[in-house]
Design a binder for this molecule. Structure first.
Ligand code: KIV
Length: 289
């Protein structure tokens, strides 16, 4: 993808002045899969802050404000305690930091399952408070009515099937799904139900590869894999995982960097210079005129 996107953070950390750029739209993402084929896979990464969004934006088709922020940012044990307000605040920051990618915000556990009306209220709040273009919710056939309700009322929905982390208390952990025939067929029928209900894309997480391939062939909208298959219509990873922020990551994560080591080494150098009074130096101190 060619882009004229440029960041100028010289004036202020909070108000960079990028060259104007047209943001992708939900229909443009949906139409990347034509007749079952996606020529160029969709690129999605999670983002939780404005600066992270600035750095990722020009490389991604979609930025996902995932409820994984509960674990990654807040140190929570799972995504279950994440609130609507947390999601709205981080999504607003990501929208402020991006100009190109479609920003999708996760509906947190408890904000949508009870009824389509409850889901509409939560989703409308998230989109109004943040400026994001779409919401994502977990679940298959049980959520199809809700997906149709939102989609028909102007709220684009990304589905999420397979390993659905908000259901950790039902699933008993984060193991890959679809190993038994019954489980595999349930994942396929879940994805079909979301597709029929109008989901514009579906995340397929933590499933055995043949099922990810079957799901991708079975639905008309793009699938976005995570721990799934390179034959999905796109891929997503948690950005901190792929940057190498954490030692322990799921097996499906490829670490493209070692940001944890960079942060540790940099902090160690700073601490050493403070303790030896090498910092601040002449360049970082004000003298009388
Ligand atoms: O919350 C999240 O980051 C997600 C992705 C892992 C798909 O749902």
């Amino acid at each position: 993808m060619s882009t004229t996107f440029q960041l100028d953070t010289s004036t202020s950390r909070a108000n960079p002045t990028p060259q104007p750029m047209r943001r992708l739209t939900v229909p443009s993402i949906r139409s990347r899969k034509q007749g079952g084929i996606t020529e160029e896979p969709l690129v999605m990464l999670t983002a939780y802050t404005a600066r992270q969004a600035q750095l990722l934006d020009s490389h991604c088709d979609l930025l996902l404000v995932g409820d994984s922020l509960g674990q990654v940012i807040y140190g929570l044990p799972s995504t279950v305690p994440v609130t609507l307000e947390m999601m709205a605040n981080h999504a607003a920051a990501v929208v402020r930091g991006s100009y190109h990618a479609v920003v999708v915000v996760d509906m947190p556990f408890g904000a949508y399952e009870a009824s389509p009306e409850k889901a509409f209220e939560s989703a409308a709040y998230l989109l109004k408070a943040s400026g994001a273009a779409a919401v994502k919710l977990e679940g298959g056939e049980a959520m199809a009515e809700t997906v149709a309700f939102l989609s028909q009322r102007g709220i684009p929905v990304m589905g999420h099937v397979g390993l659905t982390p908000q259901a950790v208390n039902m699933l008993g952990g984060y193991a890959a799904r679809g190993r038994s025939e019954a489980e595999a067929q349930k994942i396929v029928s879940d994805a079909r139900a979301l597709d029929d209900a109008g989901a514009f894309a579906i995340v397929v997480e933590g499933v055995v590869e043949p099922i990810a391939i079957e799901v991708t062939g079975a639905v008309s909208c793009p699938t976005i894999g995570i721990g799934a298959s390179a034959r999905c219509d796109g891929q997503v990873l948690v950005t901190e995982d792929m940057l190498g922020m954490f030692e322990r990551v799921p097996r499906f994560v490829k670490k493209y960097g070692n940001i944890a080591a960079v942060i540790e080494q940099t902090a160690a150098q700073y601490a050493e210079e403070v303790r030896s009074r090498a910092f601040p130096g002449a360049d970082q101190t004000y003298q009388p005129k």
